[in-house]
Design a protein around this ligand. Structure first.
Ligand SMILES: C[S@@+](CC[C@H](N)C(=O)[O-])C[C@H]1O[C@@H](n2cnc3c(N)ncnc32)[C@H](O)[C@@H]1O
Length: 403
């Protein structure tokens, strides 16, 4: 079966960015195709959920198909821009279809009925979908840097997903050859309140001859107010330059906070949501932030210095610890990593006294599973915002508010 060439009509979009067709009574998951197309695809893997294939020839192209502007990012090479062969609006239509499919698979038509079509419309956060990443990983090569393509590092002379501000690091020639060790993983970071840095083996550099502090500053704007964050070098921060502002708006535009609200921020990182909540709520309420990475939790503590009614706690959130964390919460934001909350933790959260819960997710499948669990346990979806903070890829960020 592997290596077989099949002609297939693409009728849906699945998790992982693959499109879906039918072959031999089975689902065929096809990379590099677009909904509405007819393609000739080569079967590459046999999986429990169906066959995996890759597009070899487009027999009937979709109107949204374009030449990939960065072939190295395509599904045939690194896959870092696996939707780059689709117009931006076409990418967003595909993501809407993926959200619908995942919600239907997790909770049937009954769950899908809680989402009006505008809720599932994926919203742009930028103009052209390139040069948006303020965080990007590469590997040092003997000269210049490379990206992983099928297990080997390919030297690059451009990084089209990376923020233009990272160009000042002068990465593609031999400027860094004596400072950095060949083979090392490099994390490039362009904070919005400071100069770009390279992180390598626990050290930070502004330039080959200038070390940088292991601290980064970011500024987030919401409703005319600016919030300043200090981050450690190992902690999480949203990668799209517009994501922190867009996510803060998607969360707080849809939550009802007052001056006595007890607010809990689960998976709080350096306190992106907590710092804004502390400002919106004020000293008569409380904000408690819980985060597993101790460096990020310490950074959050430092970020809350001017708001002592906000506190940061380093601990692992799971189905055993969660109940006590949300026992007296009135409003909860949960922004777990890709794996999501898990059905058991989602049920515990649903049964908490919180009047509103905002689930922030970067993974459509775990989001759908967690929302289905929240709804099964008695919650109702009131708002849902889908943001295109990972253009050129199949990923989509969502904020789901339940009551
Ligand atoms: C998607 S990030 C969100 C961080 C923050 N809300 C933000 O937007 O900057 C998820 C965070 O969860 C933390 N984390 C992952 N697993 C965890 C766990 N089991 N318990 C607590 N925190 C965890 C990670 O360290 C990371 O900071």
């Amino acid at each position: 079966m592997i290596g077989k060439s099949v002609d297939v009509d693409i009728v849906d979009v699945a998790f992982g960015g693959e499109t879906v067709g039918q072959f031999d009574g089975q689902q065929l998951f096809v990379r590099g195709a677009i909904i509405g197309e007819r393609v000739r695809a080569e079967i590459t893997n046999i999986r429990a959920r169906g066959l995996l294939a890759i597009t070899r020839e487009v027999l009937k192209p979709a109107p949204t198909r374009i030449d990939h502007p960065w072939p190295l990012g395509s599904v045939y090479q690194t896959g870092a821009a696996n939707y780059g062969h689709i117009t931006l609006s076409g990418q967003r239509e595909m993501k809407t279809r993926m959200l619908r499919r995942e919600l239907r698979e997790a909770g049937g038509e009954e769950l899908l009925a809680q989402f009006s079509p505008p809720m599932l419309t994926v919203q742009a956060v930028d103009g052209n979908g390139w040069h948006y990443r303020t965080r990007i990983g590469v590997n040092k090569l003997p000269t210049g840097v490379g990206v992983n393509s099928g297990g080997t590092f390919v030297r690059v002379s451009e990084l089209p997903l990376a923020s233009k501000r990272l160009e000042s690091l002068d990465l593609f020639g031999n400027a860094w050859d004596e400072t950095l060790t060949t083979g090392e993983h490099l994390q490039l970071v362009a904070p919005n309140a400071g100069s770009p840095v390279i992180m390598s083996a626990g050290q930070a550099f502004f330039s080959p001859s200038e070390r940088a502090p292991n601290t980064i500053w970011e500024i987030v704007n919401y409703r005319g107010r600016s919030y300043e964050y200090t981050l450690g070098t190992k902690g999480f921060w949203q990668v799209h330059e517009n994501a922190p502002d867009a996510l803060v708006a998607a969360v707080f535009d849809n939550l009802e906070l007052d001056e006595r609200t007890h607010f809990v921020d689960l998976y709080s990182g350096a306190g992106l949501f907590s710092l804004v909540a502390a400002d919106l709520i004020g000293p008569r309420g409380s904000v408690r932030a819980y985060e597993g990475n101790s460096e990020a939790a310490e950074a959050a503590s430092a970020n809350f210095t001017a708001a002592p009614w906000a506190s940061s706690h380093a601990l692992t959130i799971d189905a055993h610890t969660l109940g006590s964390l949300v026992g007296s919460a009135q409003v909860v934001v949960a922004d777990p990593p890709r794996a999501g909350l898990g059905s058991e933790a989602a049920k515990i959260l649903a049964l908490s006294p919180a009047r509103q819960i905002a689930l922030v997710s970067c993974d459509a499948r775990s989001m759908a599973r967690d929302v289905a669990a929240l709804v099964r346990a008695g919650r109702r979806v009131t708002q849902f915002v889908a943001l295109d903070i990972f253009p050129q890829t199949h990923f989509v960020e969502t904020v789901c508010v339940v009551q």
